[in-house]
Design a protein around this ligand. Sequence first.
Ligand code: 6MZ
Length: 347
Amino acid sequence: MDTESALFYRQLPKVELHAHLNGSVSSETMDLLMKRKPHLNIERGMTAILREQRRSLDECFQVFKVIHQLVDSGEDILLVAKAVIQEFAADGVKYLELRSTPREVTETGLTKQIYIETVLEAIRQCKQEGVDIDVRFLVAVDRRHGPEVAMETVKLAEDFMLCSGGTVVGLDLSGDPTVGHGKTLLPALQKAKNCGLKLALHLSEVPSQRDESELLLNLPPDRIGHGTFLHPEVGGSDSLVDKVCKQNIPIEMCLTSNVIGQTVPSYDKHHFQYWYNRGHPCVLCTDDKGVFSTDLSQEYQLAASTFKLSAEDVWNLSQQAIGCTFAPEPIKQKLEKMWAELKQQIL
Ligand code: 6MZ
């Protein structure tokens, strides 16, 4: 099959490793939520950004505030989490690591504990209903909330890691990269690592994070989110690149998100090229498929057309992502087998 065909990308088995739950809510699900809460006066254009549009990162973060108003109860979380999982499965994603920041909302009785339990319930229900996808969960720390909340979140993540039967596998560090400094979060991140949680950290998403990235790379994280400004050509440094390469830390790359949020000026200037050409493990991801009006098939197609990847290159890229998951070895082997079986039919 040729790489021009949208069907090829849909059929391509895929691994999604960087998807924020509330950023991934589709416009169809948003419509349902808006109908449930008409008093909020939220319209479609306030929860998603069209592909052709450009926004500052700050404006992107305003969108999450609006979405959080719409998703503020256990019932809402169950609805959005199930819908997001089903949509990824329909897009040909076979393995998904979903991430989300547990929130509490006094008015609806939502607690952080209930928040995580509800996401896990959504994952359980999808499995029971036979949705063809393996889903794991990363508990997210929002850097804006500071070190105490980060430590609390790590404790919660640890508890769930121990009792979720392998569904909670790691910790994400995200939130507005222009707020706070990672050094204050080091004790919480170190604790997470010590107790066996895998670390997926947003790193160098904006240029001002060079010192922070130096520090956080010493942990080291198990995966890097974005890593847009790590290399010297964009104001990073050789020392950062060395640390990433020596430790072979995979980078989650989100093309549409970075171009819409303008941390990358255009698709052909995306840092995917830099790392891919070095043979470094790069994993294509959506980041926030609802907010940035995309899906993972589209991200693969975009990467292929921008960087002139052959069908074989695209296949290898999706297969390589299996090795970058936080799944236990037997699951990785199962996915490898699935890819091997599908290869004959699809490529
Ligand atoms: C950093 C991001 C992000 O957790 O409520 N988030 N953090 N950089 C990004 N690049 C665009 N996109 C999303 O999902 C929404 C939250 O994910 C993080 C932010 O903390 C946002 O509030 P959850 O499911």
